[in-house]
Structure formats: C-alpha cells, structure tokens
Design a protein around this ligand. Sequence first.
Ligand code: ATP
Ligand code: MG
Length: 170
Amino acid sequence: MKRKRRTSSDIVEETKRSTMLSDRDLESIRHWIMNMKRKSKNKLRLKYTVIGSGKTRIVYDLENGYVVKVALSKKGLTSNQKELHLYNRCSRRLRKHLCPVIEYGNGWIIMKKISRIEKLTEEYEKKLPRLRKKFLKEGIEARSLRSKNLAISSDNRIIVIDYGSFRYDD
Ligand SMILES: Nc1ncnc2c1ncn2[C@@H]1O[C@H](COP(=O)(O)OP(=O)(O)OP(=O)(O)O)[C@@H](O)[C@H]1O
Ligand SMILES: [Mg+2]
C-alpha cells in the first residue's frame, strides 16, 4: 500500500505533546499564547536559558542540541507556522539551507540548535545572491538574510535559522 504523504497538519497533530518539553512547559506556553495580548502581566517562565530573541519570538536553549522558539506576538505565530510548512514542503536542495524543524505545537517550534554567525564575512556575503536565486527559482522569496538569521554548517553551507519572513505561495 502506498504510504500517505505526511503533511504539516499531521505533524501538528502528532506534536500536541512533545518529546522534549514537559507537560508543565507546554502548559506555560499554552497559557502565554492564550494571554499574549496581556503579556506584561503574564510573564512566560520557562526553566531554560534564553539563547536569543527577535522582534516576534523568544528562543530558549533546551540544552540537548535543540532550541524552542516561542511566539511573542501574532506575527511570531505566523513565523512559526511558515517555518514548519516551508521546511516540510520545500525541495531537498533548499532544505539543506534551512535549520531543521523537529517538533511543533501551538505557539512553539523546536529546531536544531545552530550557532548563528557573528558577522557576515565577504565570502558568505558573496554567496547570498546565489542562495536568494536558488529559493526564487522555486517561488520562494528569501527575505531577511542577515547575519543574526544565518549560520554556517560544518561543510561551509549557509543555513537560515530564521525563515519566518520568507514569502511563498501556500
Ligand atoms: N536554531 C537556532 N539555533 C540557535 N540560535 C537560534 C536559532 N534560532 C534562533 N536563534 C537565536 O534567536 C534569535 C531570534 O530568533 P529568530 O530570528 O528566529 O526570531 P524572530 O523574532 O523571528 O527574529 P526577527 O527579529 O529577525 O524577526 C536569533 O537571532 C538567534 O540568535
Ligand atoms: Mg530573526
């Protein structure tokens, strides 16, 4: 029998629980997301160290080689969804440039931990237009390719760690 293709909604279904986050963590995030608009009164308290934060998401180090990104706003929720969809739907040649998504739930996404680049050297700056073109060829506009959103793999490939602002037809 032919296996049904896994869709991102299957993944959402499968990861209502998490292999990495405890029920307590999930409950904190759920509470946070539900009350996001009143966030000043409702601090998100997770026991992990914050490894980074952007305009729309806060990122915690799970200290097992993975990070969890939690939405700070509606835009953060969209960014998480976009990353999940794109990672699961794009071609293999593009996926090589995207930080792997491992699990996903309401308001959170777990990704592989990859150290971002401190400063974009000339060598990598030169590689960016080619990378943009590679995505465009498949109808994806790779936006925000800045050093804080990028990492370099051990074999010198550019890896995007924040592709929540990429534009593509769903
Ligand atoms: N996979 C990862 N591994 C290690 N650190 C990460 C990872 N993803 C994100 N970070 C860190 O967290 C920061 C914020 O994450 P991210 O860029 O995804 O959030 P954002 O709110 O979408 O950002 P922006 O302000 O660019 O829209 C990054 O700049 C980086 O320092
Ligand atoms: Mg970012």
